[in-house]
Structure formats: C-alpha cells, structure tokens
Design a protein around this ligand. Structure first.
Ligand code: NI
Length: 179
C-alpha cells in the first residue's frame, strides 16, 4: 500500500473525462487500496482516481468519520440512476486547496456501480453521502467545484494559490469537509 500524491487545480488532468474500467485486474484492486490509504491520510471523505492521476472511473468514499472503514465504499464505473430533491451544501475538495463553495445538489441519489469483484451494487444515498457521490462522479467527468463560480472568482483564486506557492508559506489548515 502507498499514499499517492493528490493532483491539484489547475493541473489539466483534473479537467479530463475518465474512462470506464473494462476489467477489474489485480492492478485495479491495488490502485483502490492505495486510494483508500490516500483518502484516510488526507484526510477526506471521498477520492476519485483522476485525483491521483489515473483517468479511470473509480471512487472511494467514507463519510462515516466516527467509524473509519465500517462504511467504506469502493466503486468502479459508478452511475447515477435516479436523482431527486435539492440540497445546498458547502463543499471543499482535496484537489482545490483552501476553497469552499455552496453547491446545489440532488438531495437523494441512487448510484449503480461495480465492486472490486465485479458484482453490481446499488447505493441509495441522502445527505452527505449523496453530495459526496455527486461530487466524486463530477471528478470522473472532469468537473470541479471551482468551475461552479464566476470566471472572476476563479481567476482571483488561481492568482491566490500561485502567489501562495511562490511565497513557500505552509498551507492553511483545511476546513472540515474535503471531498
Ligand atoms: Ni473533490
């Protein structure tokens, strides 16, 4: 197992669409293990493969931070089958440091995916899990929370992170919820 480097905005990899996984191999299982370790080390509640520079449709999520591992989800080729209702959530992202934005999401989703053994699983989610699933599936389609704000705000943010990188200052503490 290994902790992988998390790709950050404005890396162009984050804008790409990830490809369906054709066959789950030992390599896929190994990647998923590394993603789980990276998720807990971050720490975050969700991580998509493109965030570790692998353009494949794979996610790991664990929104139950009081019982790590108990409700861990490892999803391959996830797809939203149904979505209903509306909820506004303040989201952060492991790939967009020092930034949060209120996003409008479906309140409830049903997601179909494969597990590590290529069995189809269905997840009915609401609350944080519903939001996190939609956020992570956006990553697989090359969409980021930073794309949800105006160009002006995005430019200001980009300038701010570049300046911070140049100054060599340590990164600010991350706010609570990193998806
Ligand atoms: Ni994210």
């Amino acid at each position: 197992m290994a902790i992988l480097k998390i790709v950050r905005y404005p890396d162009p990899l984050l804008k790409k669409r990830s490809l369906e996984v054709g066959k789950i191999t030992d390599e896929t299982v190994h990647l998923i293990q590394d993603m789980v370790e990276t998720l807990y080390a971050a720490p975050g509640v969700g991580l998509a493969a493109p965030q570790v520079a692998v353009l494949q449709r794979i996610l790991v999520l664990d929104v139950d931070y009081e019982n790590p591992g108990k409700n861990l989800l490892k999803l391959v080729n996830p797809e939203i089958r149904h979505a209903e209702g509306e909820v506004v959530w303040e989201e952060g992202c492991l790939s967009v440091v020092d930034f949060t934005v209120e996003t409008k999401r479906a309140a409830r989703v049903q997601v179909v995916a494969l597990d590590e053994k290529e069995n189809e699983i269905t997840i009915a989610a609401e609350g944080l899990l519903s939001v996190a699933l939609q956020h992570e599936i956006d990553h697989l389609d090359g969409k980021l929370i930073i794309d949800r704000v105006s160009r002006l705000k995005r430019d200001l943010y980009t300038r701010r992170i570049k300046k911070a990188a140049r100054s060599g200052k340590p990164e600010p503490e991350r706010p609570g919820l990193m998806i």
